[in-house]
Design a protein around this ligand. Structure first.
Ligand code: ATP
Ligand code: MG
Length: 576
């Protein structure tokens, strides 16, 4: 399907950091990117927390606001770089005094409150490994992650502890300490030293443990090292276009990699002001946050955009969002409808970008200076070599040069934020690589101009009557129908043609699920996609099953349709 190219609408108001793609790609090197960072004094290595706060706290930005916390009760808390630095020194000191050392795993189970950010920075300062757990997890998913990650210490609230942790504590022999927030936390921090010397940190030392979203199966624990900060910093500059005066809002929770790489590290290393919103999604409130906080750069996710689309453009148009200058999205394919909706609602297109827990940072992006091809993920970041490839029978990487051909999206190894392992799954990690390429598990196409187009996860792609069909294309076509809010598409095994394309569709508020509408949708999709690709069956569904990070769980739609075991549901978002 061809779609119009959105000529760079020149919506940018500041000269983008990446102004000419070709020049940036030519001039970029990771060595140069390293020089944008400080390094630990005395050549003692590279530490994420030092780059994020210590160097600012010792320079002209010391008293600048680093994080603005919008608390659930309506309070607004401003934390300067200096204050964050000191509080995290205290927490690092607490860890040290508790005998928690280098490489030990520090877990948090917290909402988006200051303690989470302080624990993050303090753990890294201490040379420990940080692992944030999403606060909506129940006891079972918490247990598996704490066991797999061998959590030595957990920071959580009293309520979470009582509700979720107490019952599994006996199953966690590695867990030595639980630190509760509230008075106990205050007391510990007050008693600790506000000074802390970060020990020598090798750039290859393990820093972060992140669990994947569990969209395709049991979540994997991806290991990241301190050197990743080189990529966090550079990609913030290039793909999110951070400028010194920006007010940046990343809506992701640190329990998912986006909420850490871009919800903590990158904005802080770049010295911008970061908004952290403790509350949950609420379209009206979100628009208010954008307006009242004067957000300039906003990083969100397709699922949130689709939910806002349900509410129409009246709400955003009633707000003064004149400060907003750049919107980006990640996590799932961004339907072309959604890119264009941004133009309507905000006067700004939404810039899709692509990456994964494993890549640690943005790898492919639509940059503010570039034409947008709605539905495309954009082009590889400077310093990132991407390609489309197939695996040969003997496991080698066969690069597909021809434009438009479909294959697995692969990345040349060696960028700083590449994951260094799947925890306790060495074989699985090894299998991701061949001939110096990392195989991402996603299928894509590259067009003649070097834009990448997401086709689907290799697990989700549908083989029907000799065609390979990506669910995203079908879902996007359905979303162009005025009655459709969201769609999830699966392949239903069929003895004759391999698989039948089946769509689950949720409708916009107030639209009735009628037989006529079903027929209309079938015809609509057929006209747009052709009979080979269009769904043969459409079911209405009130809400599509999603992960807690908001991704459509196609494997669950399929399992339910076929009456098969539902698999790992640890990241399933419970119906509200
Ligand atoms: P799991 O690996 O456990 O199945 P997951 O892959 O969803 O879960 P994440 O690492 O959070 O876990 O998500 C990365 C994946 O999300 C990518 O591999 C891709 O499939 C999808 N994704 C992210 N951004 C985009 C995008 N812009 N367009 C299309 N897909 C995207
Ligand atoms: Mg994945």
């Amino acid at each position: 399907m061809t779609r119009p190219i959105l000529k760079d609408p020149c919506t940018w108001r500041i000269r983008p950091n990446l102004f000419s793609y070709e020049e940036s790609v030519r001039d970029f090197s990771w060595d140069k990117a390293r020089t944008l960072l400080d390094g630990l004094p005395g050549g003692r290595g590279l530490n994420i927390a030092h780059e994020a706060v210590v160097r600012h706290a010792r320079g002209p930005k010391a008293d600048r606001t680093a994080i603005i916390f919008l608390r659930k009760d309506g309070r607004v808390e401003d934390w300067t770089y200096k204050a964050l630095d000191q509080a995290s020194n205290r927490f690092a000191d607490v860890l040290k005094n508790l005998g928690i050392g280098k490489g030990d795993r520090v877990f948090t189970l917290l909402g988006r409150t200051p303690e989470l950010y302080i624990a993050f920075l303090g753990a890294l300062k201490n040379g420990s490994v940080f692992c944030p757990l999403f606060s909506a997890f129940g006891p079972e998913p918490l247990k598996t992650r704490l066991q797999l990650g061998e959590g030595k210490i957990l920071v959580t609230t009293e309520t979470f502890y009582e509700r979720k942790v107490a019952a599994i504590r006996g199953d966690l022999p590695a867990l030595r300490e639980v630190v509760l927030t509230g008075p106990a936390w205050e007391k510990l921090l007050t008693a600790a030293s506000p000074e802390f010397d970060i020990p020598a940190t090798d750039p290859q030392d393990m820093a972060l443990l992140h669990f994947t979203s569990g969209t395709t199966g049991r979540p994997k624990g991806a290991v990241h090292v301190h050197e990743a900060v080189v990529a966090h910093h550079a990609t913030g500059l290039l793909a999110l276009d951070f400028h010194d005066d920006d007010v940046f809002w990343c809506t992701a929770d640190p329990g998912w990699v986006t909420g850490t790489s871009y919800g903590i590290i990158s904005p802080l290393t770049n010295g911008v002001r970061l908004i952290v919103d403790e509350g949950e999604f609420d379209a009206d409130r979100w628009y208010r946050v954008l307006e009242e906080r004067g957000v300039t750069v906003w990083y969100t996710a397709p699922t949130a955009v689709r939910m806002m689309m349900r509410g129409g453009t009246d709400l955003p148009k009633r707000r003064n969002l004149s400060k907003l200058r750049f919107i980006a999205s990640v996590g799932e394919p961004l339907n072309p409808e959604a890119v264009l909706w941004g133009l309507d609602a905000f006067g700004l297109p939404i810039h899709d970008n692509w990456w994964q827990t494993e890549t640690g940072g943005i790898m492919i992006a639509n940059f503010p200076s570039m034409d947008i091809r709605p539905g495309s993920m954009g082009r590889p970041l400077p310093g990132i070599a991407a390609a489309v490839a197939r695996r040969s029978e003997d496991g080698r990487a066969e690069i597909v040069e021809e434009a438009g051909a479909q294959g697995e999206l692969v990345l040349k190894t060696g960028w700083p934020s590449m994951f260094r392992g799947y925890l306790n799954e060495d074989e699985r990690y090894r299998k991701c690589f061949a001939d110096g390429w990392y195989f991402t598990g996603d299928l894509a196409r590259r067009d003649a101009d070097g834009y990448y187009w997401f086709v689907g996860r290799s697990d989700d792609v549908i083989k029907s009557a000799g065609h390979l069909i990506g669910p995203f294309e079908v879902e996007s076509a359905l979303m162009e129908h005025p009655s459709v809010s969201e769609a999830g598409v699966i392949g239903k095994p069929d003895p004759v043609i391999g698989a039948v394309v089946k769509a689950f569709v949720s409708l916009k508020p107030g639209v009735a699920e009628t037989e006529d509408l079903r027929k209309d949708l079938l015809g609509f999709a057929r006209r747009r996609l052709g009979p080979a690709v269009a769904p043969k069956e459409i079911d209405f569904i009130k809400d599509l099953p999603k992960t807690k990070s908001g991704k459509i769980l196609r494997r669950l739609l399929k399992a339910r349709e076929l009456g098969l075991p539902e698999g790992d549901l640890s990241t399933l978002e419970e119906a509200k």
